[in-house]
Design a protein around this ligand. Sequence first.
Ligand SMILES: Cc1cc2nc3c(=O)[nH]c(=O)nc-3n(C[C@H](O)[C@H](O)[C@H](O)COP(=O)(O)O)c2cc1C
Length: 168
Amino acid sequence: MELIEAILTRTSSGRLSPPGPTPEHLALIVKAASHAPDHGRLKPWRVIALDPAARRTFEDAVVEARRRRLPVPTAEQLEIERAKISRSPTLVVVGCVVTPDHPKVPAVEQLLAAGAAAQNLFLAAHALGYGVMWKTGPAAYETGVKAAVGLGADDHIVGIMHLGTRAT
Ligand SMILES: Cc1cc2nc3c(=O)[nH]c(=O)nc-3n(C[C@H](O)[C@H](O)[C@H](O)COP(=O)(O)O)c2cc1C
């Protein structure tokens, strides 16, 4: 798919079915993310493709974060939260590790670079024929959820990228 066509036809996929990207395509998609514009060559982004074990750790952290946000959590509410994060074939978390007080690159510009990485990822996956949904939600701001993908409390999750085969 040509670049302009990919940009102009990009839309989110609210529903995703298996399969997710092949290992070769996933590697290409992650590589595309890391070719984002980057003031100061800081490479502030972290592109974390979750393998099954990492995926389980991440899902558990998202459910736990939901449990802690609810005044009286019910098993049903927690199952709904798990279903939302577990039904996508592939998850890639895009994080941002900001270098604080950088003399030339303000924190917001580092976040913009990470956002550009997420968009590169989206467009690469779309151009390869996959469906994508860029999500965050309250869980993305929780320390425990960040920790589940190796990010610190002051780091950011800029995107929980759901990938698969477009169903809608
Ligand atoms: C940083 C970021 C976070 C987002 N988080 C969510 C989210 O948590 N849930 C959601 O439904 N949409 C979220 N969206 C919006 C969707 O990804 C999507 O862009 C939007 O629904 C518009 O649809 P479109 O991409 O087809 O134009 C987010 C978008 C961005 C850029």
